[in-house]
Ligand binder design. Structure first.
Ligand SMILES: CC(=O)N[C@@H](CCC[C@H](N)C(=O)O)C(=O)O
Length: 385
């Protein structure tokens, strides 16, 4: 394995250059530069949009498996005390994608020097936070040329200690949909509310009404979330706002509940239109398919990691996070696991500080798993059923 200090240097370099989805140009250039310095005999490197696809030729390939890392940052102003904090104002790697990419680069470096049995494809995928790079990458010619038999990924988990891995078969992450609602009324002077149509008041009612959907319409034994993360309205304290924009996300463990929530949102929005005599439009933005871990591969991986004492494996509950890796897992068997990264602040927080020790844990687990082709039995049994 590459030495730990060199990998920390890679993570810190990537941490400094967070970029929005499909704008990961500097990140892509860094990755390509890193890859160019590795032994090239068994590597085939291509790009797709701002992503990178690396194929490592196996020595006795019976299967082709893929490992995916996401690349984009978030529009958050970093508040860590890192000497290597973000150099891109207003952007931060606050979801651990810098760590994910470092692990993927460590994996390529390891197998470039001594190739695995099966073909291993390592994907650097843009735009996980939005608008979603997995689906278009999966449909791209570049990906179809390296179509795998199975796919794997991880996500850092600040709430688990370093050395622990959290996973379960079946659903791990929720179905998600973005939510953008634009309200249009009539602007005017603050002193003449009766001659205007105030979209701040309409927006405030709408946000409150949206909260009733999960609490009053969804079966309490079913898990669902509606979060409004952004509200934009008005220009000055004494001007009545003509427009309001509400941005949020909807999550559900079942696709049927997602459909039900959308139809309730539409009814509530129609009610707001009637109540405030305004016009509303709804846009559901990017929708991510649930992350569903294939049972045989997942159970096999859990036993492999535990039996070889590579990490402490715990069976976790499903989470309401989303991941466009869910699209890959809809089409290809595989799994995603949580990697303990022990940060006092969570994902999407300006002070997220994952413990870099998690990089070593991940590489110990993944290099052993791919080196031993420990997924083969599960794939063989899936072929025969
Ligand atoms: C792991 C994680 O935090 N993923 C994101 C995925 C974003 C999905 C989409 N942009 C949305 O907001 O619905 C998450 O927020 O869970």
């Amino acid at each position: 394995m590459m030495d730990v200090q060199a990998l920390r240097t890679v993570r810190r370099a990537l941490h400094q250059i967070p970029e929005p989805g499909f704008q990961e140009h500097q990140t892509q250039a860094y990755i390509l530069d890193f890859l160019a310095k590795l032994p090239q005999d068994h590597l085939r490197i291509s790009t797709w949009e701002t992503g990178v696809i690396v194929r490592i030729q196996g020595t006795d390939a019976r299967f082709r498996v893929a490992y995916r890392a996401d690349m984009d940052g978030l529009p958050i102003t970093e508040e860590t005390d890192y000497p290597f904090s973000s150099q891109h104002p207003g952007m931060m790697h606050a979801c651990g994608h810098d760590v994910h990419m470092t692990i993927a680069l460590g994996l390529v470096a390891h197998f470039a020097a001594k190739p695995p049995l099966d073909d291993l494809v390592v994907l650097f995928q843009p735009a996980e936070e939005g608008p979603g790079g997995a689906l278009p990458m999966m449909q791209s010619e570049a990906f179809l040329q390296v179509k795998p038999d199975a796919m794997f990924a991880l996500h850092v988990q600040p709430e688990l200690p370093v050395g622990q891995i959290g996973i379960k078969p079946g659903i791990l992450f929720a179905n998600t949909s973005e939510l953008f609602i634009d309200l249009t009324g009539r602007g005017g002077h603050a002193a003449y509310p009766h001659r205007a149509n105030d979209m701040i008041v309409a927006g405030a009612h709408l946000i409150t009404a949206l909260q009733s959907i999960v609490s009053r319409n969804v079966d309490p034994l079913d898990a669902a979330v509606i979060t409004v993360g952004r509200l934009e309205a008005g220009s000055k304290q004494n001007i009545i706002a003509e427009k309001a924009r509400i941005e949020g996300t909807i999550r559900a463990l079942s696709a049927a509940t997602m459909t039900q929530m959308k139809s309730r949102i539409e009814a509530v929005v129609q009610g707001i239109e009637a109540m405030f005599a305004c016009q509303a439009t709804i846009d559901y933005g990017a929708n991510y398919h649930q992350v569903w871990n294939e049972a045989r591969l997942t159970e096999g991986f859990m036993s492999f990691v535990a039996d070889n004492r590579l990490a402490e494996v715990i069976r976790v509950d499903a989470a309401m996070t989303g991941e466009d890796f869910g699209y890959f897992l809809q089409a290809y068997p595989g799994f995603l696991f949580w990697l303990g990264a022990d940060s006092p602040y969570g994902l999407h927080h300006a002070k997220l500080t994952p413990d870099e020790g998690c990089i070593e844990t991940a590489l110990n687990v993944l290099t052993a798993y791919f080196r031993k082709a420990a997924y083969r039995d599960a794939l063989v049994s899936m072929r025969s059923t």
